[in-house]
Each structure stands twice: as structure tokens, then as C-alpha cells.
Design a protein around this ligand. Structure first.
Ligand code: ADP
Length: 397
């Protein structure tokens, strides 16, 4: 294990996820979560040998720093701190500046902070986490891995909005795309499944979790993706609306809603939650649908219809298609969702293999379409592993 461990940190505004990844085996030897930062019950929890441990953070002070200090103490208690060779940080927005993983230094920190306009909830929180990690591990090299980087290969026709170019020039308004680390990883794994070099493989990758996006991947590179300037566009999600007529925003503003209310409605009260009126959780929606709940049934139908529409439209971005990839919590586990999406793609020849679809869940990958029909498969994503491996690769570059 020694010399192969990378600590992966995903620092949010009120939380901090961490995982210790063995870059040889791909295993997470330890993972945990700091939550409720800024509140009285801020805490850090982690699991060892299936047992959950929790540590309350003190009332005052910087909870990111406190959490990282506790993680350092935990690593010392476990006798593994000295085996960690690098720290990898997930960063949501790299704008057009970052097209690949970079080693973090003061200039990089500043540049990530400068992009805060584009990701006000995420980038400042990443920088707080990075500074705390640098203070805790001053001797280790630390790396930033960007959600947007994989999509920087999109052509202008995919990333440019049909709006005045002034908005791009003045504000950088364009499609950036997110979930890049996941689309990157599952496409590489899918190429192994079909036994083709990734540079010659084309996929439509469908990441369905609380956030959801589709990505058209041509010859291994992202050429279009459904999230845009922010993670609000594209598919319907747990609480986000996805694509929406922008005229609705003006309409609500004129009805007296504040911009903040509109933003909150579209980000936090929409999607599965808004349509079902019950829950943002896909499992809950499906259970209610099975009991005949009307709102849940409509939520399921809108969700699957929209995913299928995106898949169909992304065929235009490709010269050939080697397979559809399902990933993310829903994509990896939900049989009815995958089944309905494939039914909606019947016109293209997709035919579900029911037994294979039932089998591919809880971390199991596999092809879920019948032999001699177009290919769809399930590939569990592993963003932490990508972050760890990218960090390790740069460390040894
Ligand atoms: P995040 O985007 O927060 O990382 P995940 O990728 O963990 O989210 O996905 C969370 C979603 O996955 C939830 O909607 C949850 O209901 C769904 N999910 C997880 N397991 C199942 C399952 N067995 N069947 C259906 N949906 C599932």
C-alpha cells in the first residue's frame, strides 16, 4: 500500500468529502464526510471496517480547517499518514483556463478563486479546503482536478449560445459542462468493455444522479454535453429543472418573484421533487409510482422521456456510436429508469436484455441490451479514483 495512497478532497461550502484512494488497487481504504459547516452541529464522520465514527467540531472557528485537522489526526491514529504521497482536490469550475489537472500553487489558487463568478457556491469553498489541506500537509504536492476540463474539447458550435457574442466576450457566458471526471472515466472503462482503443471509440455517456448530464464522446473526447453555463441546464434532476424556456424567468420576475426566489425554485424545488410533490430521491419516486401516485408517475415519465430525447439528439454529434453508457446512482441502479429509456429508443433498434438489466446494479457493470442490437451498458463511475490517478500521474510526471 505504501507510496500509492492519495487523499482525495471535495470541499463544498458547508461540507467536505474525503477518501483515501489506493491508486494501485483502486480501493477507497477510508472515506468520510464533514457536514453542517457553519452550524452548531458541524461534524466529521467516517467509516472503518463498516463501523461509523463521528466527531463534533467546535462551535467557533473555521470548520474546513477543523475537519481537515481531524482527518490528519485520524490518519495518524490509523498509522497511514506517512503513506500518503499526494492530495487531489475536486474543483467544479475551471472555466476556459484549466483544460487538465494542475499542481496547486498560489497562482492556481488565485485563478480558481477568480473563477468564482462562474461557480459562486463551489469555487470559493474549494479554495478554503485547499488552503486548509496545504497547511495540514505542507510537504505533499496537491492537485486540482476540474469537472469542466474534459469538456474543453467541445467545438464552438456546441459551446456557444445563440446569443450576442458580447455576452461571451464580457462575461464568459457559454456552455462549460460538468461531471467531466465521470464521463471521462466511464468512457475509458466502456472502451475496455468493447475492446477498442478509446481514441477510436464514440459513446453517449448518461450520468444520472442527483445531478444529471449526458455527454457525446467522439474518439474519446467530449463534443457536447447537456449541462451548460451552470449545472442547471439539460436533463431534469433531483431538484433542478433542466432545460426551461427562459421566458418563464421574466414571467416570474414580473409576477413579483425576486431573482433569488426564482433561482431557488429552479435549483431546489424542481425536478423529481417539484413534479412528484414528494421527494427528490429517484427510489422514492419509483416506489410511489408503483403505488399509483400520479405526480410520481409523471415525474418518472418526464425524466425518462427527456433522457431519451437527449440521447437521440446527441447521435447528431457523432459519426458512429459504440454504445450508450449509464452511470451515477440512478444510472447504475435503477432498472425501471434504464428500461424505459431503452424502450423510448426503440426506433433506433435498442432492445433491453431484461435479465442483464436486472443483474447490472449495486456496483456491477455489464451490457444490458440484447445481442445483435445496438449496445447499452452500465458502468459504475469512480470520480475519486480518477482524481487520485490524475494526481499520481502528475506527481510522477
Ligand atoms: P450525487 O449526484 O449526489 O452524487 P448519486 O449519484 O449518489 O447522487 O445518485 C443519487 C440518486 O441515485 C438518488 O436519486 C437515488 O434515489 C438514486 N439511487 C440510488 N440507488 C438506487 C436504486 N437502487 N434504485 C433507484 N435509484 C437509486
Amino acid at each position: 500500500m505504501s507510496n500509492s495512497l492519495v487523499l482525495v478532497i471535495n470541499s463544498g461550502s458547508s461540507s467536505l468529502k474525503f477518501a483515501l484512494i489506493d491508486t494501485v488497487s483502486g480501493e477507497a481504504t477510508l472515506n468520510g464526510l464533514g457536514e453542517c459547516f457553519g452550524l452548531a452541529d458541524a461534524n466529521v464522520s467516517w467509516k472503518i471496517d463498516g463501523k461509523k465514527h463521528e466527531f463534533q467540531l467546535s462551535d467557533n472557528g473555521n470548520h474546513h480547517k477543523q475537519a481537515i485537522d481531524r482527518i490528519v489526526a485520524l490518519l495518524e491514529e490509523q498509522g497511514i499518514k506517512q503513506d500518503i504521497v499526494a492530495v487531489g482536490h475536486r474543483v467544479v469550475h475551471g472555466g476556459e483556463k484549466f483544460t487538465q489537472t494542475v499542481k496547486i500553487d498560489e497562482t492556481v489558487l488565485q485563478e480558481i478563486e477568480n473563477l468564482s463568478d462562474l461557480a459562486p457556491l463551489h469555487n470559493p469553498a474549494h479554495v478554503v479546503g485547499m488552503r486548509a489541506a496545504i497547511a495540514a500537509f505542507p510537504a505533499l504536492s496537491q492537485y486540482a482536478v476540474f469537472d469542466t476540463a474534459f469538456h474543453q474539447t467541445m467545438p464552438a458550435k456546441a459551446y456557444t449560445g445563440a446569443i450576442s457574442s458580447k455576452l461571451y466576450d464580457d462575461y464568459g457566458i457559454r456552455r462549460y459542462g460538468f461531471h467531466g471526471t465521470s464521463h471521462y472515466f466511464v468512457s475509458r472503462e466502456a472502451a475496455k468493455v468493447i475492446n477498442k482503443p478509446i481514441e477510436k471509440s464514440s459513446f453517449i455517456s448518461v450520468h444520472l444522479g442527483n445531478g444529471a448530464s449526458v455527454c457525446a464522446i467522439k474518439d474519446g473526447q467530449s463534443v457536447d454535453t447537456s449541462m451548460g453555463f451552470t449545472p442547471l441546464s439539460g436533463l431534469m434532476m433531483g431538484t433542478r429543472c433542466g432545460d426551461l424556456d427562459p421566458g418563464i424567468i421574466e414571467f416570474l420576475l414580473k409576477k413579483g418573484w425576486s431573482p433569488e426566489q426564482v433561482f431557488k425554485e429552479l435549483n431546489s424545488n424542481s425536478g423529481f421533487l417539484g413534479v412528484s410533490g414528494l421527494t427528490s430521491d429517484c427510489r422514492g419516486v419509483i416506489e410511489a409510482m408503483e403505488e399509483g401516485h400520479v405526480g410520481a408517475t409523471l415525474a418518472f415519465e418526464i425524466f425518462t422521456y427527456r433522457v431519451a430525447k437527449y440521447i437521440a439528439s446527441y447521435m447528431v454529434a457523432l459519426d458512429e456510436l459504440d454504445g450508450i453508457i449509464f452511470t451515477g446512482g440512478i444510472g447504475e441502479n435503477s432498472l425501471p429508469i434504464r428500461s424505459q429509456i431503452l424502450k423510448s429508443l426503440k426506433i433506433f433498434g435498442y432492445r433491453e436484455d431484461e435479465a442483464a438489466n436486472a443483474d447490472a446494479r449495486f456496483g456491477k457493470d455489464g451490457v444490458i441490451t440484447q445481442a445483435n442490437t445496438p449496445l447499452a451498458m452500465v458502468i459504475p463511475t469512480n470520480e475519486e479514483w480518477v482524481i487520485a490517478k490524475e494526481s499520481m500521474a502528475l506527481l510522477h510526471a
